[in-house]
Design a protein around this ligand. Structure first.
Ligand code: 6PG
Length: 245
């Protein structure tokens, strides 16, 4: 696992965007000429600045399929919708193909999750019969959740499906989320965490030996290369101050 500590949120965004750009370039170089790859996008607010830096990078964007690591069960134009955030900060600025999580009023979130799992199987590379996402970006909550894998929620128990609906008491509603099997199959996981408010969660997820249960810790336990992008504030409670980014 690599931990990069930037001076502040702005330099974190710049460092993370550069790394995502170079990982995308190397993944594109490893597929057949003109072939496409996938990019899993984190939701929430932290990634906004990274997506705004990422869109400045000159990449063959038409060869990149972007998908959402999780989504709130709200309409696509709702201010809390992660797909809307990704459109506003990235997909409206570069010609990558963003695949939003479906939302239909009065429909069951499980149906939308099943439909999205079909989309993921169409846009993410397969390896030995399972999805192998190339690059996946994630955030972390103060409770150690990642994507919408919140502590003690049923989606954590999923062992087969890549994307499910998850009833989350902590947000008093439904979320749709990538599952541990999908995250464990990724080639590269990049976690973004900024600000003093995340310092304790970052410490618990990265260093606390007694917290194997935290979803963000469990997400790291696959075969992916894992990189954390922190700033001085979110890294401030780590015992082992890592190399500076
Ligand atoms: C979401 C997420 C979630 C997010 C963390 C951190 O839909 O909210 O994907 O996992 O990454 O909650 O959110 P912030 O970046 O807003 O702190």
């Amino acid at each position: 696992m690599e931990i990069i500590v930037a001076d502040n949120a702005a330099s974190l965004a710049y460092a993370a965007a550069r790394r995502v750009g170079s990982l995308l370039e190397s993944e594109l170089a490893s597929v057949e000429a003109g072939g496409r790859i996938s990019l899993g996008l984190a939701g929430g607010s932290t990634p906004r600045a990274t997506y705004e830096r990422l869109r400045e990078i000159d990449l063959p964007w038409t060869r990149i399929h972007a998908w959402l690591g999780d989504e709130r069960w709200v309409p696509h134009d709702h201010p809390d919708n992660n797909g809307r955030m990704a459109r506003d900060t990235l997909a409206n600025h570069v010609p990558l193909r963003l695949h939003p999580v479906p939302y239909t009023p009065n429909a069951a979130p499980g149906e939308a999750a099943r439909a999205y799992a079909v989309t993921l199987s169409e846009i993410i590379a397969h390896d030995e019969g399972r999805l192998r996402p190339e690059v996946v970006m994630l955030g972390v909550g103060t409770d150690g959740h990642t994507a919408s894998l919140f502590p003690e929620t049923r989606a954590l128990a999923e062992t087969v499906r890549p994307f499910v609906a998850n009833p989350v008491e902590a947000v008093e509603g439904w979320r749709l989320t990538a599952t541990l099997p999908l995250l464990h199959a990724a080639r590269h996981l990049l976690f973004l965490a900024s600000g003093a408010g995340k310092a304790d969660a970052v410490r618990r997820v990265i260093e606390d030996p007694d917290r194997e249960d935290l979803p963000a810790r469990r997400a790291m336990q696959g075969n992916a290369s894992v990189t954390w992008f922190l700033d001085r504030e979110s890294a401030s409670m780590l015992e082992e101050p890592p190399a500076r980014g």
